[in-house]
Design a binder for this molecule. Sequence first.
Ligand SMILES: CC(C)(COP(=O)(O)OP(=O)(O)OC[C@H]1O[C@@H](n2cnc3c(N)ncnc32)[C@H](O)[C@@H]1OP(=O)(O)O)[C@@H](O)C(=O)NCCC(=O)NCCS
Length: 246
Amino acid sequence: MAHQQLHPIQIDPRTEEPFIRLPSPYENIILTPPRMEDAPHIIQNLNDPKLIQWLEGPPHPYTAEHAEFWLQTITKSSKSIFEELKEANEKDPNGSLAIVGGFPLRSIREVKEDGTQTFLGDISVDRCGFPGELDPEERSRLTEENANRKVGDPNIVWCIGDYLASSHHGRGIMSAVIGTVIREWVVPRMNAHLIRVEAYTGNTGSVRVFEKNGFVLEKTVEFEKPKILNSGMPQYGYYVLWWRRP
Ligand SMILES: CC(C)(COP(=O)(O)OP(=O)(O)OC[C@H]1O[C@@H](n2cnc3c(N)ncnc32)[C@H](O)[C@@H]1OP(=O)(O)O)[C@@H](O)C(=O)NCCC(=O)NCCS
């Protein structure tokens, strides 16, 4: 797997798995592709009220079948990015770094002193589907326009989704993860210029994480009537924040 186009991804010599290590003081945190054996940890996290009170996507209760289906889906996406990198390397092994259509290392892991690794959470970077756009026609139009843009187009609007095991909240980990992913991959390897994120009103922790990474609050939208998430939690509105490449 070792080839120039992987930069700045490293390869674990023991397992040959690609990874990016966070900078100090978070060297014990790495980002890797998803692994099927993460399922029990994903199930635990996606049934944790502290997390799912803020998450729209996951079904509830979150079962082993959900985790397996999800892991298969995201493993495929991660592999397809590595295929793009491999092709770029075969075409031009000494060429400049290729721009690719996604981020393949979404699983956040803690490396213990004895070398064992624990799944801690997830960071996704996908083309935006404008989830909070209240007008369905406008949402479809924006999503289609965004999906049709070519890889590397600076007008692609990207969305970040994230969660971290509640045992590790408040230690600065997600702020460092997002900073690293944007700096090390999303800018140089995806040519991203625009990232749009949404967080439900009251999710101050999430907003702080984005603000600390240069995102700016654009607007706060209030729902006409409370939206009930799969977890049963009511939500009353959402913030929209944007990151624009400086
Ligand atoms: C949002 C989330 C990913 C943050 O991860 P984290 O590693 O705990 O975040 P960090 O420690 O890097 O930063 C959290 C910041 O928010 C602040 N914060 C957290 N909760 C807060 C609260 N209730 N009120 C005010 N500030 C709060 C912290 O003080 C910190 O800011 P600071 O560094 O300026 O002090 C994590 O809380 C999580 O998984 N939440 C549930 C899922 C979720 O909401 N995902 C995002 C959906 S949009």
